[in-house]
Design a protein around this ligand. Structure first.
Ligand code: SF4
Length: 82
């Protein structure tokens, strides 16, 4: 599960988040590019290639797209605490 105490600073406000790289559980983003390549409307990369949420999903289809990225992330660095 993504560490909600280590959210990336650039996440836009809302329930969905990405975690900082090297968070305390060792589960932070490893810049694998899966999420921001798969769902570029919602995920973006910072200067180091680490992901953050650039737009929160609203509709059920948008949430489904983000859920797919959450499940695809190899290090559980995407969370939803809504
Ligand atoms: S899928 Fe996970 S590890 Fe890969 S860029 Fe996105 S948050 Fe980072």
């Amino acid at each position: 599960m993504a560490n909600k105490n280590a959210k990336h600073k650039k996440n836009v406000p809302g329930p969905w988040f990405c975690t900082d790289p090297d968070d305390e559980n060792g589960e932070g983003c490893i810049a694998c590019n899966v999420c921001y390549t798969g769902a570029p409307d919602f995920f973006a990369e910072d200067d180091n290639g680490n992901a953050y949420i650039k737009r929160q999903p609203i509709s059920s289809s948008e949430k489904e797209i983000c859920q797919e990225q959450l499940e695809a992330c190899p290090v559980s660095a995407i969370g939803n605490d809504g």
